[in-house]
Ligand binder design. Structure first.
Ligand code: SAH
Length: 284
């Protein structure tokens, strides 16, 4: 696989022994990775990767590279996070060229900040390579623009989980309901009923459009279009399972015209003017 890739000419940065590069890999479709991440894969001695990353990407690594799975599913997250961070320190100290791969963007709800901080506290040199986060790339694959001039001047990215796995008490949902016209929730499936109730209590319309996107950008991507008051029941009824990003706001309506994957499959646009502007999109 590696040999078949025509990697563009550099100069590209060198992943040096003793360094750790912390790279995002995007939401799932390997084509959404950056060239810096691919450049890192071509050099790394050791790759430490997460559960929420498409493992296909690893076929682009050097065959002799060591691959270490650092999934955190089902264990004690905090202890495991410390172990992963310290393992990165050890690998770097052993003179390896270390690549830490994470799904999406490493600094978006991915604990990349903690890992990089641990490395720097241990005097390990790091490079951060951003990635396309699921809350933006996943929306785009569903045909939903996270901002649209006729809909929103703000967008909020929120986690539906706190450290204890509870709906985050640290999020002031009623204030958010008033402040952010579009809300994109990560890790929100488990608590969507409570979150929706809080947003409605905060003033959002019960029939406000909601999209739930699972396995975004992957072949098994699914999109559920629903509303705030029906989201929780519809998720159960359709057996939608995580990982999912949930978008709340009128920009979800744009999917009626922008669902480019459906168009590519030969379907007609459902509605060429879903926001009811009554004039061509190019006219302000
Ligand atoms: N750093 C990642 C987020 C990690 S938190 C990023 O920037 O995207 C994990 C959450 O991300 C999941 O619970 C889900 O809400 C979201 N997520 C990641 N990949 C996804 C995908 N392919 N489809 C839908 N949601 C995804």
């Amino acid at each position: 696989m590696t040999d078949s890739l025509q990697f563009p000419d550099g100069p590209w940065p060198e992943l040096q022994p003793g360094w750790v590069w912390l790279c995002g890999t995007g939401p799932g479709d390997p084509g959404l990775m950056t060239l810096h991440a691919l450049n890192a894969l071509r050099q790394a001695d050791v790759i430490v990767y997460d559960a929420l990353m498409n493992p296909e990407i690893l076929t682009w690594a050097r065959p002799e590279a060591e691959r270490i799975y650092a999934g955190k599913r089902g264990g004690k997250p905090s202890a495991q996070q410390r172990d992963i961070s310290l393992q990165l320190v050890e690998l770097a100290r052993a003179g390896k060229r270390v690549l830490r791969l994470k799904g999406g963007d490493p600094f978006v709800f991915g604990r990349g900040g903690e890992e990089a901080q641990t490395l720097i506290q241990h005097q390990i040199p790091v490079r951060i390579v951003p990635g396309i986060t699921a809350g933006i790339g996943g929306m785009a694959y569903a045909g939903i623009p996270v901002t649209h001039r006729d809909v929103n001047q703000t967008v909020a990215f929120v986690t539906g989980h706190d450290r204890q796995g509870l709906a985050p008490g640290s999020v002031d949902w009623p204030s958010l309901a008033k402040a952010a016209q579009v809300i994109v929730i990560y890790m929100g499936m488990k608590h969507i009923r409570a979150i929706a109730e809080e947003l409605i209590a905060g003033g959002r319309a019960p029939d406000e459009p909601v999209a739930v996107i699972t396995a975004a950008s992957l072949p098994d991507q699914r999109v559920l279009e629903t509303t705030l008051q029906t989201a929780a029941d519809d998720i159960t009824a359709t057996d939608m399972t995580p990982p999912a990003v949930i978008c709340i706001g009128r920009s979800v309506l744009m999917r009626q015209v922008l669902d480019w994957q459906a168009l590519a499959a030969g379907e007609a646009p459902r509605n060429l003017d879903p926001l009811g502007r009554g004039r061509p999109a190019e006219m302000s």
